[in-house]
Design a protein around this ligand. Sequence first.
Ligand SMILES: [Zn+2]
Length: 269
Amino acid sequence: MQKFRDLVLAFRQLDLDGSRPVIAHASLSSFGYVNGGAEAVVGALDHHFDQVIMPTFTYKTMIVPSSGPLNNASKYGSLVDLNKMTEFFHADMPADKLMGAVPELLRKQAKATRSFHPILSFAGINAKEILDQQTLKHPLAPIAKLADLDAWVLLLGVGQKANTSIHLGERLAGRKTFMRWALVPDLIVECPGFPSCSDGFDAIEDHIQPIVRKKHVGKALIKAIPLRGLIKITRKLVEEDPLALLCENFYCERCKAVRAEVAYKLLND
Ligand SMILES: [Zn+2]
C-alpha cells in the first residue's frame, strides 16, 4: 500500500517521535486519494504513533432554545425549523461529514474509544486517559492533557481552520466562549465553553513558522506542530491583541460577539 508507506516515511523524515501522542486533522481530497485513502491515513497514524486522537464532532445534535444568555451568537426561538433537523446524540453517532472520512474511520476501529461530549467528542486509539479528561464544562480538556504529554498537532492537507488546539490557546488567553445546547435522549444538555470561530486561524501561520515541520506527500502538505508551542504562541497573540485570529466576515456572529465583549471590557476597565 504505497499511500501508507508514503505517510509513514514522511512521519519518519519529519523526525516525529511516535512515543509522543498526536492529535490529527486530515483531508483526503487534498492528497488526491480516493479508494483506500482513509484506511491508509488511519493505518499510518496508528503505526507510527503510540496514541492518536481526532475530533469526531457532531454539530447535528445542536438545538437552539427560545431564550438564553445575551451576546451568545444565538438566534433564540428563530430556528424552529432547523431544530427539526436536530438528532439525538448517541455513542455510535457518526462524526459529521464535514469532519472528513478519516476521523470517522478512526472512530470505527475496534480498539478505538470515544469521549462522550454530545457536540465536541474526540475518538482515539490508546488514548482513553486523554479522552476521559473531557467534561461538559471543559470540552477542550483532552487537548490540555495532550499538551501535558507534549503531543504533536498533525495537519494532513488541511489549514489552520481545522486546528482545534488553537481554541485552547484562545481560552487560556481569556477569550469569550459560548453556551450551546445539544439533544441527548430525553434531555437537552447545556454545553458551555463552546469555542469561538476558527475562520481567521490562518493568520497564525507567520507566528508559528519557527516551530512547524513541513513535508509534501503527493499533492498534500503535511505540517507537524508541537502542541505546547502552538498553545503558548496563540495565548500570547490573543493576550496582546484580544482581536487576534478573528475572521473578517462582517456577518460572523461569534466573531461579532467576541468584538462586542472586548469593547465592553475596554469601556468598563
Ligand atoms: Zn468569525
